[in-house]
Design a protein around this ligand. Structure first.
Ligand SMILES: [Mg+2]
Ligand SMILES: [Zn+2]
Length: 220
């Protein structure tokens, strides 16, 4: 039997809201909204859009942004029990996030450690914040994702793992297509239904625990 591995999105999944949107609303000048609209309309890539949004913010805001993100990054119910459950079952939990290290790590810190946290990185040595991209798309992805979730899954894969992807949004779709099973909410849920991907819906991480129990045949 294959070993289950869980790949979990961060923004809108572990946190209830999207942290980048929250941060931009609070700190950025108006121009960020056009960049957001261009990303959503797929006129520019996620990587280009996120890079340009953060370039609107002075580097000296770093600590203020971290404090703001920690304060407003409300965690979805059941996340800690979910992490504990996976640990007890020896199921690896990989966080795959299009967020940025300097706020993703502080928000997650109380709940870890995790098998790995994949996200974008940041550089505060220039006047404005520069985003770095340690996990760009491999040759099989032409999306210019920024943090490329399907590429990350491919590096870990082998055919040894039963891959469960948890997410909420269109940015999880390519990863969901690679998964053996998807746990989805919001737009990703609609897409799973539309494409007939094997999936369950979730609202809280208690739902995710139940679904994974049903997949692994664990009995309480
Ligand atoms: Mg998300
Ligand atoms: Zn990609």
């Amino acid at each position: 039997m294959k070993q289950i591995a869980v790949f979990c999105d961060f923004d809108g999944t572990i946190t209830e809201k999207d942290n980048i949107i929250n941060i931009m609303k609070h700190f950025a000048p108006k121009e960020w909204e056009k960049l957001k609209d261009d990303v959503l309309a797929q006129r520019i890539s996620i990587r280009e859009g996120v890079g340009k949004m953060f370039a609107l913010l002075p580097s000296n805001l770093k600590e203020d942004i971290i404090e703001f993100a920690k304060e407003h990054g409300k965690i979805r119910d059941g996340f800690q029990p979910f992490v504990d459950f996976l640990k007890a079952e020896h199921i690896s939990l990989y966080i795959v996030s299009g967020g940025i290290d300097f706020f993703v790590h502080p928000i997650l810190e109380p709940f870890g450690p995790f098998e790995a946290i994949y996200c974008n990185a940041s550089d505060f040595t220039s006047e404005t914040i520069q985003i770095l991209w340690p996990h760009t798309c491999d040759e099989q992805c032409t999306n210019d994702c920024g943090c490329c979730k399907p590429s990350i899954i491919r590096t870990l894969d082998g055919d040894q793992l039963f891959k469960v992807v948890i997410g909420d949004s269109i940015t999880d779709l390519e990863a969901a297509k690679q998964a053996d099973y998807v746990i989805a909410r919001d737009l990703l849920l609609e897409k799973c239904q539309e494409l007939g991907l094997p999936h369950s819906p979730f609202n809280t991480f208690y739902d995710c625990v139940e679904t994974i129990k049903s997949l692994s045949g664990v009995r309480t």
